[in-house]
Design a protein around this ligand. Structure first.
Ligand code: HEC
Length: 149
């Protein structure tokens, strides 16, 4: 009984180390980056996009002021349709930098967050996507595709 407990703890430790080594070797995001991004998200994004990335209710329908609600950042939204280039621009310079004159509640973050914080929050959001959405978004980024916001 006790031995099997120790064995399963050892197995968990080995798996965690292997996962960390794999992330490091493939040059992927580190858990430190994801944790930093989670902090930035909780402080700056969660009020609108939801603590669990679920977005605002009925996010596909305009609010009474004609603006759109905040979409989810999980796989039910369309954040993962956009390449990194577009996501960075939306967060940093705002949606108006892509659609001039567009009225939105989403503020630009260039004077609020550092580039590292913006990179970390996007890394955190991506870490929550299932494999299929992550791979799709990585392919869009490689193509440098311009997606409509
Ligand atoms: C005050 C509310 C609010 C806050 C805070 C906010 N957003 Fe948004 N965000 C929005 C709204 C509303 C939209 C939808 C834009 C539209 O169509 O008007 C949006 C859209 C986006 C999009 C584009 C999604 C897509 O699929 O096109 C990204 C990316 C995004 N937000 C990231 C963030 C990040 C990262 C943070 C935190 C650093 C953040 N937002 C904070 C309201 C907010």
């Amino acid at each position: 009984m006790r031995r099997s407990f120790i064995r399963s703890v050892a197995a968990v430790v080995v798996i965690a180390l292997a996962a960390a080594a794999w992330l490091l070797l493939r040059g992927g995001p580190t858990s430190a980056q994801i944790a930093r991004g989670a902090g930035v998200y909780a402080e700056h994004c969660a009020t609108c996009h939801g603590t669990n990335l679920q977005g605002q209710p009925d996010w596909q329908f305009p609010l009474s002021n004609g603006r759109m609600p905040a979409p989810p950042h999980d796989e039910t939204g369309h954040t993962w349709h956009h390449p990194d280039q577009i996501l960075l621009r939306i967060v940093k310079e705002g949606i108006v930098s892509i659609l001039p004159g567009y009225e939105t509640d989403m503020p630009p973050y260039q004077d609020i967050l550092s580039d590292d914080d913006i990179a970390a929050v996007l890394t955190f959001i991506k870490s929550r996507w299932p494999k299929r959405e992550r791979e799709y978004q990585e392919a869009r980024t490689r193509e440098g595709a311009i997606g409509a916001p």
